[in-house]
Design a protein around this ligand. Structure first.
Ligand code: NAG
Ligand code: NAG
Ligand code: NAG
Length: 595
């Protein structure tokens, strides 16, 4: 259900801080919170599939852009007239002032010095207009020796811009800003140079400059606000790239894993053979760990049991199936496929392995193969509920809701006890526009399953999407109550409740405290952390918000989530930099107040 994503959208369009007052300025990307209903894993997994492609495309684009920038820098032509133009007044008279020595200048009285400086500057401007940048630089330099003025530095920086000496542009603009911190032209010029320098550090500083420029300028210049967005995006994409290529694969939160594992009907683990090998024993340990929801050890044991050698083919196939499952949820679809190929070779009649293979094929963008896998599973077991449910999920994510509904129905016929088929049926009905049917389905489900925390949670999401806030909060409360003693505890209903309260009454404080409680209970709940960061940001608690976004970036599973978190983190830190560098202006604009 898109309700969470939508919630985030509503959230970011009703921001209470300066982002909101100046809507174009900072945030466009809305969907921090983007969980869906019981189909979650397919969503996230197919997201990561997109993410991989996006990553590759981003890499190509970045390389291309870098090459282009390099080329341009090399054959850098003078800018279009006007763009980097100094603040000019015309200078007519030639003079010998360039020959002035330091001691000549020292003996001048202040008035003469000022006058000389202005003459030198005027001469510099004239040369600049004639595109004689090196000569213009000499005049500005001499002017600066007579008298330091922000405009002299800024004009000289314009010359360096045209000569593509970016470090010098930065240096001169910094001097100009030392003398006049609110010099917007110098801010923009330095920001542009830093953007061209292009490494993460300079991009971040460029963002700070453009942000300051936009705020000082009351967001009245669209090219500046466009620049803020552009640099922010580039920064986050670049950083995401680094993170994704270097970070170790990790298991997601126990809640997530549990949700995925429960999407398959449980089967008894293989029994221990009469003369068990070491691998057979390790396999038992793996299942014990799985029962105890100790997923890290379970994965290690499954892995080890395979290496040690399992004596039965059924046992071996199960171990491979489970190792593949862990690889899959750690986004290693290729690795998972290798294991599943072996599992179906060792034991071709394991329907579940074929169903899992279908998921992996979907993840790898091979839907035809996925459909063949499903068929294969049905040949083995024509009444396999897993097949119908997971095939329904495939249709669900491809937006073919009618076909999805048919599959969920089949799944429920074969195995009425599996609650997610019923829930997804309602969700698919809702998605296809049959709101009344969906609501009816949920009410019936609640009657039949008054103890199901999941049913209440998804029902609440639907109500929230319908903006029926008090009813939604009631449903979430009920879900929270029912899930209280679960292990691991799913805190999603709490996060949803926080969103509902925030949307309904703009009650940030209550929403924040509920969200904090959720994150305290499950520190690995990525949606909780992302939502909390948003709530903090909207209360102007920028330092806490930035830290929370950093945490959110660490936990992000998919590239879009990661880019989003990094974007917010840097935007928030750029705002913090403004508060620090421009305390007076920040005060005047009310930016430093905490809600
Ligand atoms: C921005 O707005 C403030 C007051 O709202 C005003 O004092 C200032 O001059 C404006 N700045 C620009 C560059 O328009
Ligand atoms: C901003 O982003 C860059 C790269 O994306 C990162 O290296 C840096 O730590 C961030 N800066 C701050 C102050 O958060
Ligand atoms: C699985 O076992 C192999 C050796 O067989 C080892 O290299 C690898 O690190 C193990 N992976 C995990 C996650 O334990």
């Amino acid at each position: 259900m898109a309700s969470n994503a939508q919630a985030a959208q509503t959230t970011s369009s009703s921001l209470s801080l300066w982002f909101q007052q100046h809507r174009r300025a900072v945030l466009i990307t809305a969907g921090v919170v983007a969980l869906s209903a019981a189909g979650t894993l397919y969503y996230t997994q197919s997201n990561s599939q997109h993410a991989r492609r996006a990553r590759e495309q981003a890499r190509d684009a970045a390389n291309k852009a870098a090459d282009k920038a390099k080329k341009e820098r090399k054959q850098k032509k003078p800018k279009q007239p006007g763009e980097g133009k100094p603040d000019a007044k015309s200078a007519d008279d030639d003079d010998d002032s360039l020959k002035l020595t330091a001691s000549d200048i020292e003996v001048m009285d202040p008035e003469t010095r000022s006058k000389t400086a202005l003459t030198l500057k005027a001469r510099g401007n004239k040369l600049y207009s004639a595109k004689q940048y090196q000569e213009a630089i000499d005049y500005y330099t001499k002017a600066i020796q007579c008298e330091e003025q922000a405009v002299f530095y800024s004009n000289r920086a314009a010359c360096y811009t045209n000569l593509n000496q970016l470090d010098k542009v930065v240096e001169d603009c910094s001097n100009a800003l030392r003398l006049d911190p609110q010099y917007i032209k110098a801010l923009n010029r330095r920001a542009t140079a830093r953007e061209q320098l292009g490494d993460a550090e300079n991009l971040y500083l460029s963002l700070c400059d453009f942000t300051a420029s936009a705020i000082l300028d009351n967001f009245s210049t669209s090219s500046t606000t466009d620049s803020v967005e552009r640099v922010m995006k580039q920064l986050a994409t670049q950083k995401a790239q680094d993170i994704l290529t270097t970070r170790e694969p990790r298991l997601p939160s126990p809640t997530f894993i549990t949700a995925y594992l429960t999407a398959f009907r449980t089967r008894p683990p293989p029994s221990l053979p009469a003369n068990p090998s070491q691998g057979d024993r390790t396999l038992q340990l793996a299942y014990d760990a799985l029962d105890a929801k100790d997923f890290t050890h379970a994965f290690t044991f499954f892995n080890e049991s395979i290496k040690q050698g399992i004596s039965t083919s059924a046992g071996k196939a199960e171990a491979l199936n489970m190792r593949a499952t862990f690889k899959f949820i750690m986004s290693d679809a290729e690795g998972a496929l290798v294991d599943l190929d072996e599992a179906t070779t060792v034991q071709p009649d394991s329907a579940q392995s074929w169903v899992k293979k279908a998921s992996v094929h979907m993840e790898l963008g091979r839907p035809e193969d996925a459909m063949k896998d499903f068929d294969r599973a049905l040949e083995i077991d024509p009444n396999n509920a897993d097949v119908f449910y997971h095939r329904g999920q495939v249709f669900f994510i491809t937006g073919e809701f009618d076909r999805a509904i048919a599959e969920y129905r089949r799944s429920s016929e074969v195995d009425p006890a599996f609650i997610f088929s019923h829930i997804q049926l309602a969700v698919a009905q809702y998605k296809s526009g049959s709101t009344e049917k969906a609501l009816h389905q949920f009410r019936r489900l609640i009657e039949k399953n008054p103890e199901s925390a999941e049913v209440y949670n998804y029902y609440g999401e639907l109500l929230l999407d319908q903006q029926k806030f008090p009813e939604a909060v009631n449903a979430f409360d009920k879900s929270i109550e029912l899930a209280k003693n679960n292990h691991p505890r799913n805190v999603l209903p709490m996060v949803n409740k926080a969103l509902a309260i925030f949307q309904h009454r703009q009650d940030f404080a209550t929403a924040e405290s509920i969200c904090r409680e959720a994150v305290d209970i499950d520190p690995q709940c990525d949606v909780g952390v992302a939502t909390l960061a948003q709530l903090l940001l909207q209360q102007n608690k920028v330092h806490d918000a930035a830290d929370m976004f950093a945490k959110s970036a660490e936990m992000a599973r998919t590239e879009p989530e990661l880019v989003n978190a990094l974007t917010y983190e840097n935007a928030t830190r750029a705002q913090i930099a403004f508060l620090k560098n421009y305390p007076l202006q920040a005060d005047r604009l009310g930016l430093s107040r905490t809600a």
